[in-house]
Design a protein around this ligand. Sequence first.
Ligand code: GMT
Length: 366
Amino acid sequence: MRREGLRLGLVAYPGLGGSGTVAAELADRLARMGHRVYLFATSRPFRLPEASPAVHVPVDLPYYPVFPGPLYTLSLAGTLEREARRLGLDLVHTHYAVPHAAAAYLAFGESLPLVHTLHGTDVSVVGMDPAFHGPTRRALEAARAVTAVSRALAQEAKRAFGVEAVVVPNAVDPERFRPRPERKRLYAEEGEWLLVHASNFRPIKRVPDIVRAFAKIRKRLPARLLLLGTGPEEEEARRVAAELGVASWVTFHPPTPHPEEVLGAADLFLLASEEESFGQAALEALASGVPVVATAVGGVAEVVTPEVGRLVELGDLEAMAEAALDLLGSPRLPEIRRRAREWALLRFHPERITRAYLEVYAKALG
Ligand code: GMT
């Protein structure tokens, strides 16, 4: 490692989504530690702090009428190759394997140390598509290191690609994600419990299930549901809320680069996903001192332990409502809230996770 620090290229999707969040926040932390960090993405990542010393390197999507669509993989490969030389990068670290791992492999082969972080559907869904599996597997095999955000995902990666991934969980910033009870009055009436869900509202997140579970809770408790984000299932979630007669207690909050302001005000966080390699939003809730009721899928059990929340079977909305009512009615709720934050800070503190990535880089650099 050079005395002045490393020159790192990180690659990420810029929009709403856990992998982009993880990459942008890691880039920011590494840059603030004194490394030179360049974040390659088609636009400035949503969760990269405005004053971050990490530099966004745009990846253009040139359009030529002869192409059937924009050639993102090729454009990223070309940008990485050109900029790595110009910037003197020591290592490239991609987040979300498809197509980032293959693009980096195309750019460098094995001439530059490459590290790839697997996030979830890049292994379980997209990566298994026959159109993407071969190139992704070859790129992962050739990398100096592959990491996965949970043990569950590492096991899946072994099955899907035959690769041994090092587990580096995601981090959460405890300064940013902290209890903010004074903000609750902005989102809920006096005497109402505030239940929150945050996601990109893709079908996999089952947002309408959250509304259905909430309707059961609302029959027994004065409560409000705040759905933070947007995406393909927003309309269906609105329709279900109207159908079940709870629309006036369901608030749709647009995506914000400051989810901490909403999460810190919540009493409970709900996650009904059918697949979740980690559950970054659940972790952010825990750090905010908010217990979580989630479906027991993928790596969620590695984040939401019995001390800080409840896990229920996928699609069991009765169990989800009961677990929520049980937690909210528990005399131990203040202690559970304290433990949620303690657990998040103990296991997922950014310093600890950044150190783990730096160890992976050190090994990759030989
Ligand atoms: O795999 C995805 O669906 C996309 C990805 C994203 O960009 O949001 O989400 C995954 O990565 C997050 C960050 O590591 C995890 O918190 C999510 O659990 C994971 N999503 C799934 O596994 C469905």
